[in-house]
Ligand binder design. Sequence first.
Ligand SMILES: [Zn+2]
Length: 130
Amino acid sequence: MITKNIHSDFKICSSCGRKIEFRKKWEKNWPEIKFCSDECRRNKNKFDFRDAILVLLHERGSNKTICPSEVLPPEMKQDKVMMEHVRRSARLLAGDDKIEITQGGKVVDPTDFKGPIRLKLKINKTKESL
Ligand SMILES: [Zn+2]
């Protein structure tokens, strides 16, 4: 199970949704650390695909999955950087319990996966948004 615990030795980056492992140099300001890297800090509000992912999933229906590339316009589908931004948004949505990230039909830990993924609406929640 995925828990969003604020464990003392790791937290989740609020930009990319990956785990941030505790580092000694952050000892004094660990509670304030929000991003795993400067790049993530810069990217936080750039290329946010969360709405696009949710809209597409709602259009598709609750039991269907989408490939993250479907969110991108055709000319961007081969763009690895843009794809990573979609995956970043997907991790955040999964961290918020709005979607599930799957590989081979199995739900994976959104903070720690590699390789191709598919996205699915999380359905054990009432639809209060959208
Ligand atoms: Zn990050």
